[in-house]
Ligand binder design. Structure first.
Ligand code: NAG
Length: 194
């Protein structure tokens, strides 16, 4: 598990804050707050266990809390599919760990997902693929992106490629670094984002 999420809360005086895109721009999504100006959401990480390790029970409770809070969306901080990500867009784990687990009506909201190191041990492109969105429209997974939710701005940063040991000492694991090579320029470019 690695820290895969930086949340930036903008105070209500947020009009003073100006987003300045630099040479690298992140994909950007607008998510409206509630009509009363509030926002609520759940954050979950390290979850894809095909229902085991109490995942189903946690999902059930998420559904109850989600309804009470009238959540607007859900954030996943990564390690979405244990142990080794998805094998491809047709991996049944997408159903067994996501589609068929988070079935409560209150969880039928947009999910904003990022990748954890376990996800990099599988077919990373699969989780990023629009094919999964077609299967379940709640699913949105990108490496790094921004969600502007009116009263708060959420900045999602793909931090796994920053961790040296995954490259120098991967132990028995194989990481799928396709799409981030050459690593140096990938990281440099990401750090340039304002
Ligand atoms: C599930 O939760 C129970 C109660 O907290 C705990 O005793 C049990 O070890 C958990 N099961 C697994 C497989 O983690």
């Amino acid at each position: 598990m690695s820290l895969t999420l930086i949340i930036t809360f903008i105070a209500l005086l947020g009009s003073l804050y100006v987003f300045c895109p630099s040479s690298a721009e992140l994909p950007w999504f607008e998510h409206p707050a509630k009509p009363d100006g509030s926002l609520s959401f759940l954050v979950v990480g390290d979850w894809g266990r095909r229902g085991a390790y109490n995942q189903t029970k946690v999902a059930h409770q998420m559904g109850i809390v989600g309804e009470k809070l009238k959540i607007d969306f859900i954030i996943s901080t990564g390690d979405n599919f244990y142990d080794d990500g998805l094998t491809g867009v047709d991996d049944a784990a997408f159903f067994e760990s996501f589609v068929n687990i988070y079935t409560a009506p209150s969880l039928a909201k947009q999910w904003y997902n990022v990748l954890g190191n376990h996800d990099y041990r599988g077919d990373v492109e699969a989780q990023l693929s629009p094919v999964l969105r077609d299967i379940d429209s709640r699913w949105l997974c990108l490496r790094s992106f921004i969600v502007n939710a009116e009263i708060a701005e959420f900045i999602f940063v793909d931090t796994t490629p920053f961790v040296n040991k995954y490259f120098t000492d991967p132990e028995d694991h194989v990481y799928d670094w396709s799409g981030i090579q050459p690593r140096k320029s990938y990281l440099a470019n990401l750090l340039k984002v304002n």
